[in-house]
Design a binder for this molecule. Structure first.
Ligand SMILES: [Zn+2]
Length: 59
């Protein structure tokens, strides 16, 4: 699968949480709360954690 947007978005969009997974939902909630609080570093941390969790638990 390839997308040709022509340019890279930054920060990258959050990864897709898996429906029904509480861990995914927790990271998404954490990211939303951080965004709402204008805490960009916490938001990007949450994205990284979700990404890592997706790679480890949902392969
Ligand atoms: Zn999950």
């Amino acid at each position: 699968m390839s997308r040709s947007d022509g340019f890279q978005h930054f920060p990258p969009p959050p990864p897709e949480p898996v429906p029904g997974c509480e861990t995914c939902a927790g990271f998404v909630a954490q990211e939303r709360a951080a965004v709402a609080a204008f805490d960009r570093s916490a938001a990007s941390d949450a994205r990284v954690y979700l990404h890592r969790h997706l790679g480890e638990a949902h392969r």
